[in-house]
Ligand binder design. Structure first.
Ligand code: M6R
Length: 600
């Protein structure tokens, strides 16, 4: 996720671009940059970029003059967050500038080809290849050059391109958001309407496959065949604050709804190759230790089941702050450190300890270039984009996706996963966003059930096997944002103590999907009902038995047991969200907790 803006008009572009860019900082903030076509336009390009937030760019950039330009605020996915990797990226001639949001999945292949034909690269980004492709196709017509370059790239993108000597901006979209803002004697392009609301309320939404040309007087849209498209502008009446949240009342809800896209991005370009990751090649690990805190720890617990099932490697999971007190094991495990922020002090401490113990380490992180990435031997990035709500949602789901990928890698390496099994895992993973979308489509059902139980003081969550950690995560989400005392248990543990807490005022959420634990879960639900507690069961659609045992049922589409944690947690995120909303809690900033915990 990154923020993009472009301006073509009669005013000086630089202050307008900067102003619009600041509205997009929530989409990424590790580096930023701006390119303005010289005035007169024959003068060439003025380009400046810097590492860090937009404020750093603003305080260090020179004055630019020109009425056409583009700008970008970055959330790194390919290449570290450095000044060189910041956008705009240019070509060999420095007469072209490109900003990009998305991931070019075949960029290595394209780059090799360009290198062989004499192109020189200055960044580690996938985006730079696009600047070179456009340059190679440039013959005076920027739209034609962009269209030809697009034929060579795969993946997702919103590209915006300017070229010295042209008073035109060319933009293209595939799966990454892009809107056009229509002004009087000026036109804009941006990642979303938030950036442009101060300047216009008339918008055109760019569709997948379309290429757009903008000048101060004209906006032309072409479909993927190059045919001109007519589109009526829409009038948007959001406030600036509403717009930043994409029209959602809270960042948490927006981030819950971004999960299909986040899963898709996390998988992009990672499952096509039959070749193992070089880090794993020749490395067969006899055990895995996962270390993390909070929600990331719960992802680790799900990972244990996934790794043990797919790779048949014994896996233990430990809370980061406890890791250093654990005995040094005789065999050397692969230590996997999970942290969305990459800055959690306890997890960083554990990473250093693991290296001191001589273990190989893998980090699973969402923030490119964050501290953890310097403390581990290999990094798997989740590509969830920035998460603003304190409650981890899309970062959790993409951590679980990263763990499927890691388990597959380990399984292939030690031959416990056949090529056929890997293929079917891969093809199922690709369909996972649809299962998540199905849950999102049931939000109003979840809300209606939450309404019945929102006044409870205590709530319990139970599950077995791979859904036991999801019970823990459901409880954590509930307690941190709704302030209801929520506790998760392995369902089989209730009778060893927690049953004493149950009463008619303490609802129990039971995850009862039809897997090998189903019959036992029904038994546990009966135990709970016998104590008078209402039961809210999460099961598969079409399960006619579950309603006989539970007071309320939330149904998810049937899917293989190993994948159930993903849609189930999405249901529980919505559950926690609605409980908190009904209770009037400050959802995005719950009391006493911070998004990044940098103290031990
Ligand atoms: O950045 P990390 O993943 O290392 O953060 C660890 C926990 O602080 C975090 O997962 C926390 O539990 C969640 N924000 C709760 O929703």
């Amino acid at each position: 996720m990154c923020g993009i803006v472009g301006y073509a008009g009669g005013r000086n572009a630089q202050p307008i671009l900067l102003d619009c860019l600041k509205r997009l900082e929530y989409r990424g903030y590790d580096s930023a940059g701006i390119a303005v076509v010289g005035d007169p336009i024959q003068k060439g390009l003025q380009l400046f970029k810097s590492k860090g937030e937009i404020a750093v760019l603003e305080s260090s950039m020179p004055e630019m003059t020109g009425t056409v330009g583009i700008a970008h605020t970055r959330w790194a996915t390919q290449g570290r967050p450095t000044t060189e990797n910041a956008h705009p990226l240019s070509d060999c001639t420095n007469r072209l500038a490109v900003v990009h949001n998305g991931i070019i999945s075949n960029f290595m292949e394209v780059k090799e080809h360009l290198l062989a034909t004499g192109h020189k690269f200055v960044s580690e980004t996938d985006t730079e290849v696009f600047a070179h492709l456009v340059e190679a196709e440039m013959n005076g017509d920027l739209v034609a050059a962009v269209r030809k370059a697009l034929e060579k790239v795969e993946g997702t993108y919103a590209f915006v391109v300017v070229s010295a000597g042209h008073d035109e901006i060319v933009a293209a979209r595939r799966e990454s958001p892009l809107v056009i803002g229509l002004g009087d004697g000026e036109n804009f392009v941006a990642s979303d309407v938030t950036a442009l609301l101060k300047y216009t309320s008339r918008f055109l939404h760019v569709q997948d496959g379309e290429v757009v040309s903008l000048t101060r007087d004209e906006v032309r849209i072409f479909d993927s065949e190059g045919t001109a498209v007519e589109r009526r502008p829409e009038k948007i009446t959001w406030s600036l604050e509403d717009a930043e949240k994409g029209g959602y009342p809270h960042f948490m809800l927006k981030e819950i709804y971004e999960q299909p896209e986040a899963i898709h991005d996390s998988l992009l370009g990672r499952m096509e190759s039959a070749e193992p990751e070089p880090f794993f090649q020749g490395n067969s690990f006899s055990s895995v230790k996962i270390v993390a805190c909070g929600t990331s720890y719960h992802a680790g617990l799900v990972g244990k089941y996934i790794i043990e099932e797919l790779a048949k490697v014994p896996t233990t999971v430990q809370i980061s702050s406890e890791y250093r007190y654990s005995p040094v094991s005789r065999e050397s495990p692969l230590v996997v450190l999970i942290t969305q922020s990459g800055e959690t002090a306890d997890t960083l401490g554990a990473a250093r300890e693991a290296r001191k113990r001589g273990n190989k380490t893998v980090g699973i992180a969402n923030v490119v270039g964050s501290a953890i990435t310097r403390e581990v031997d290999h990094v798997i990035y989740t590509r969830a984009g920035p998460e603003i709500g304190v409650a981890a949602t899309k970062t959790f789901v993409t951590q679980v996706v990263a763990l499927y990928l890691l388990a597959m890698e380990l399984g292939v390496q030690n031959r416990s996963l056949t090529a056929q099994a890997r293929r079917s895992m891969t093809s199922f993973l690709r369909s996972l966003p649809r299962y998540v979308q199905d849950v999102l489509n049931k939000a109003s059902e979840i809300e209606a059930i939450a309404e019945k139980y929102a006044r409870s003081d205590d709530m319990f969550f139970i599950g077995r096997s791979i859904n036991y950690p999801i019970a823990l995560e459901g409880a954590l989400k509930t307690k941190e944002i709704s302030y209801i005392h929520g506790e998760g248990f392995p369902a089989g543990e209730l009778k060893h103590g927690p049953l004493a807490l149950l009463s008619k005022d303490s609802p129990v959420v039971a995850i009862a999907v039809r897997d090998h634990t189903y019959e036992k879960m029904l038994g546990n639900i009966s135990e709970v009902s016998a104590r008078g507690s209402p039961v809210i069961a999460i099961g598969f659609e079409g399960d006619t038995d579950l309603p006989k045992f539970a007071d309320d049922v939330l149904s998810i589409r049937q899917l293989p047991p190993i994948f159930t944690p993903v849609p189930v947690i999405v249901a529980l995120q919505l559950w926690a969200y609605h409980l908190a909303r009904i209770r009037g809690c400050p959802i995005d900033k719950p009391r006493n907790i911070a998004k990044t915990v940098t103290v031990e």
